[in-house]
Design a protein around this ligand. Structure first.
Ligand SMILES: [Fe+2]
Ligand SMILES: [Fe+2]
Length: 156
């Protein structure tokens, strides 16, 4: 089924966001592994996999709408040199994603593609969970101080 061109371009832009997020989370995950923060490593690793699933869904939808999925475009990857900076950068990325999905949902409604809108809504709900997870960790750091927080992240 041929999809709306503007919506297809938007889906490709969201795909670029997701591919960027995969890379950012993957690097943060491996940095935490390198530092021995096993729990943070797993946390970021799971996020990278979630974003990969989002990318898969977008690719599937673009193909269904007879568009061409563009997987060679990345946005700006923001690697944090410390755990706090990683969380801050991931928070920015998730905020941007939430805004982009909200805008895309409006567009999908405008062009009356409600099935795409539904798919975007499902992904948006998961981005909400992501930002909530980041804020939880940031609150823990604030309340425990960074050094105590980090002692909770090493392998048991
Ligand atoms: Fe995502
Ligand atoms: Fe996310």
């Amino acid at each position: 089924m041929k999809g709306n061109e503007k919506l297809l371009a938007t889906l490709n832009s969201l795909l670029a966001d997701e591919l960027t997020a995969i890379n950012q989370y993957m690097v943060h995950s491996e940095m935490c592994d390198d530092w021995g923060y096993e729990k943070l490593h797993k946390h970021f690793e799971k996020r990278a996999i979630d974003e990969m699933k989002h990318a898969e869904k977008l690719i599937g939808r673009i193909l269904f709408l007879e568009g061409i999925p563009i997987v060679t475009n990345l946005k700006k990857i923001m690697i944090g040199a410390t755990v706090e900076k990683q969380l801050a950068n991931d928070h920015i990325a998730e905020e941007d994603a939430i805004k982009a999905y909200n805008d895309a949902i409006i567009l999908a409604g405008e062009v009356k593609d409600y099935a795409t809108r539904d798919l975007l809504q499902q992904i948006l709900n998961e981005e909400d969970v992501h930002i909530d997870g980041i804020e939880e960790l940031q609150t823990q750091i604030e309340q425990m101080t960074l050094s105590i927080f980090l002692t909770t992240q090493v392998k048991e």
